[in-house]
Design a protein around this ligand. Structure first.
Ligand code: GUN
Length: 289
């Protein structure tokens, strides 16, 4: 079998069109555009690229962008003061503090300081709790994007065997909660899981979020499974001095066995930004009542 390639870029473009329509409705209704504030601390080049692309996408969707770039010498107290200021700013519907933060700042404390109604990353404990208990809240963007691709590909997920590889608060745990919400039978595997290939072989749905280049091999995939690859790993390319991006799944091998698979790049990545924009419009509408 040669798997269908799930085109996250195209799905994300369609979503962003819907989000732009919803943003225009909000702007008509309230006289202001939905607003997203991004906070970048330090000069990690990958983080700077992400934050810049988020700002650009915000403008393209007809939303306001408030971007804050701070030196990595900033104190935790100063960062918390900025979060308070953004919480109080009525033009700001969504607040995103780019992670990782420098080691001298407690990221959990910063996340907990964000108004849960503006927490468009869905990382605040209140939103994590809402997701776990099946209440409406704001859901982390990457797993939300993965779920959208899965439902688009498969329709109902009820009764499917799903394996999530990775247990982070950003992807693995919320992904598992979303899949449970869709009535899938969910296994969360991680670095201490025994016989990972056997666990993966049982799965109709594989979501890989481990951050290890091409760790999941084609021989681990059940024939006909749907594979969602969250990994974005930079590895040396064949050409001297160049690099290329690969996922957590060995794509060519897995594509021989799976029925559908997301590429890297062009799979989950574009969906994360589309869902961030969607969360911002949702937050704006909810806040405006
Ligand atoms: N760093 C890596 N992924 C993310 C994300 O989804 N949100 C934030 N805020 N930081 C990240």
């Amino acid at each position: 079998m040669t798997a269908a390639r799930i085109d996250g870029k195209a799905v994300a473009a369609a979503l962003r069109g819907d989000v732009a329509d919803a943003a225009a409705v909000f702007t008509d209704r309230t006289g202001r555009a939905p607003g997203l504030a991004t906070v970048l601390v330090g000069e990690d080049p990958a983080s700077a690229v992400y934050v810049r692309s988020k700002g650009k996408a915000t403008g393209e969707a007809g939303m306001a962008s408030f971007s804050h770039t701070l030196p990595d010498t900033i104190s935790e107290a100063e960062l918390l003061a900025l979060v308070d200021q953004l919480n109080a700013d009525d033009r700001v519907d969504g607040i995103l503090v780019q992670l990782p933060l420098p080691a001298h700042i407690d990221a959990n404390r910063v996340i907990a300081a964000i108004d849960p109604a503006k927490d468009v990353d869905g990382f605040h404990p209140v939103n994590a709790g809402r997701l776990a208990t099946g209440l409406d809240g704001l859901v982390p963007c990457t797993p939300l994007g993965c779920l959208h691709l899965l439902k688009q590909q498969l329709g109902s997920l009820a009764g499917k065997d799903a394996v999530v590889i990775g247990r982070s608060n950003i992807v693995g745990k919320p992904m598992a909660m979303l899949l449970i919400g869709e009535s899938a039978t969910v296994t969360v595997a991680h670095s201490r899981t025994r016989d990972l290939p056997d666990v993966v072989r049982r799965a109709d749905i594989v979501v890989a979020a481990v951050g290890r280049p091409e760790m999941i091999r084609g021989s681990w995939i059940k024939p006909g499974a749907t594979v969602i690859d969250v990994g974005i790993n930079r590895v040396p390319a064949a050409e001297e001095g160049k690099t290329r991006l690969v996922g957590d799944v060995a794509y060519d091998e897995a594509a021989e066995v799976a029925s559908a698979i997301t590429p890297v790049p062009g799979g989950v990545g574009p969906m994360t930004i589309a869902m961030l924009l969607r969360n911002t419009v949702v937050a704006a509408h909810r806040r405006a009542g």
